[in-house]
Design a protein. Structure first.
Length: 205
């Protein structure tokens, strides 16, 4: 027994065993803490069964309105307004302008909720029986330290809210929404880019 123990503890066996143990520990830590880098393209690919971009629809009152991205999801038709800002964002439902405090400059932009509500209304007048949802999507780099206004989300929020938890039920919902989706396509004017999965050339990372 002592001889066997000595052989195991000899450098020729001990060092490889310690190396193998270290690899096992590193692998377990990797599996526990590593999260694959999610991008806008990967998140939209996960939640959207079909997508239309750059479609122009009649507004609910008068004129026309541009919708950058309309996604067909199992929760309904999802309008995405993308915002790429770097810094701390100060905004609320009642503020007319939101402020960004970046590393090198401070600037404001118009509260995006109003325009998003107009886009939601434009789609709803075409598909009255289908849920129409809107989100202002802030990509990585925006930090809401004083609270997140309504309809605002980041990539993690978007994936958590619209990912298909039940693929079978999601497929049935998509089939039910398809005729209304086609109605939107037919109602749109201008050049509409449509695809079953997001095309890399039209979406930022």
């Amino acid at each position: 027994m002592s001889q066997v123990l000595n052989e195991i503890l000899s450098p020729t066996l001990l060092y490889p065993l310690l190396g193998l143990l270290a690899l096992v520990v590193l692998w377990l830590l990797y599996r526990r803490f590593y999260k694959p880098r999610r991008t806008l393209k990967s998140v939209i690919a996960a939640i959207a069964h079909e997508r239309m971009s750059n479609l122009v629809l009649p507004k609910a009152d008068e004129g026309e309105i541009l919708i950058d991205h309309l996604l067909l999801t199992s929760s309904g038709l999802l309008i995405l307004d993308l915002k790429e800002v770097e810094g701390v964002v100060f905004g609320s439902n009642k503020m007319q302008d939101w402020t960004v405090m970046g590393k090198e400059r401070r600037y404001t932009f118009t509260n995006p909720q109003t325009a998003l509500y107009d886009r939601i209304a434009a789609v709803r007048q075409v598909v009255r029986e289908v849920p129409v949802i809107g989100r202002v999507l802030f990509l990585d780099g925006a930090d809401f330290t004083k609270g997140v206004p309504d309809l605002v989300c980041n990539l993690d929020d978007l994936l958590a809210e619209f990912d298909d938890a039940d693929p079978t039920g999601a497929s049935a919902q998509i089939d039910a929404f398809k005729p209304h989706w086609e109605r939107v396509r037919q109602s749109a004017t201008g050049t509409v880019s449509a695809s079953r999965r997001p095309r890399a050339a039209t979406l930022p990372d």
